[in-house]
Design a protein around this ligand. Structure first.
Ligand code: DGL
Length: 262
């Protein structure tokens, strides 16, 4: 199985994209809602949670791990890669590669949680991928709670998005990375406020395409993971009321959520 974790349901945007681009590969998903949000927490805490999440997914039979949380990928992926021999992919590298290739001016913006932006991980990876780029980042701590509340199209959400994007607009970026797995749900609100000509990179799609290219080229991994008759499973460590509606909105169908203590 392909193991995927996030702090909450935002990572289901990644699970959904993987389901679409890599059909026939069962998923085991963990949303650590009991400890969410990760964004305001320290790197040590996020690393500890990510470690536990990975252990849980491996116990469920995951052979490959997808870190579907930018906050975890930016603070804990180095530790996880050094600790486990299993393949670990994350949402950051594919989005960085796409942004570096797509930007004409090299002026690239990133929005994410405080943990992601404070880590500087995106900036470092972008500078490595494209040394001439200028990177502008903006922490948007209010957006995750708005998404979790389902306030996707509210006037208040539009005002807050506009305020957060204003400094990036001023810098005339031509590419914006949605550096949080919750933000694809706000794409329709973000796109007109950053400017229609700005490329928007959705890390959930990029990581699914990256995984597809790995599976296309690695026959052993393909054979190990391909199991079209095995159903995917979705676990959460807490079950707050709006979670079913949000999961259903992401997948476009009702999703059976199973409770687990991580
Ligand atoms: N989904 C997480 C991310 O991609 C953000 C949610 C949280 O703060 O826990 O960064």
């Amino acid at each position: 199985m392909i193991g995927i974790f996030d702090s909450g349901v935002g990572g289901m945007t990644v699970a959904r994209a993987i389901e679409q681009w890599c059909p026939g590969y069962p998923l085991v998903y963990l949303g650590d809602l009991a400890r969410m949000p990760y964004g305001p927490k320290s790197p040590a805490m996020i690393t500890e949670y990510s470690h536990r999440n990975t252990e849980f997914l491996l116990r469920q039979g995951a052979k490959l791990i997808v870190i579907a949380c930018n906050s975890a990928a930016s603070t804990a992926s180095t530790f996880l890669r050094s600790h486990y021999r299993q393949a670990i992919i994350d949402v950051i590298f594919p989005a960085v590669a796409k942004a570096a290739a797509l930007s004409a001016t090299g002026k690239i913006g990133i929005i994410g949680t405080r943990a992601t932006i404070n880590s500087g991980f995106y900036e470092q990876r972008l500078q490595e991928a494209r040394p001439d780029c200028q990177v502008y980042s903006q922490a948007c701590p209010l957006l995750v709670p708005l998404v979790e509340e389902g306030w996707l199209d509210r006037r208040e959400t539009k005002m807050i998005v506009k305020k957060y994007l204003h400094p990036l607009r001023d810098k005339q970026i031509d590419t914006l990375i949605l550096g949080c797995t919750h933000y694809p749900l706000l794409k329709k609100t973000i796109a007109p406020r950053i400017g229609r000509r700005v490329n928007i990179i959705d890390s959930s799609v990029e990581v699914a395409l990256h995984l597809k290219s790995i599976l296309d080229t690695d026959a052993d991994l393909r054979n190990e993971l391909h199991a079209p008759d095995t159903p995917s499973r979705f676990f959460v460590s807490d079950m707050p009321a709006p979670v079913h509606a949000l999961a259903g909105a992401i997948f476009g169908r009702p999703v059976l959520l199973e409770h687990t203590d991580v």
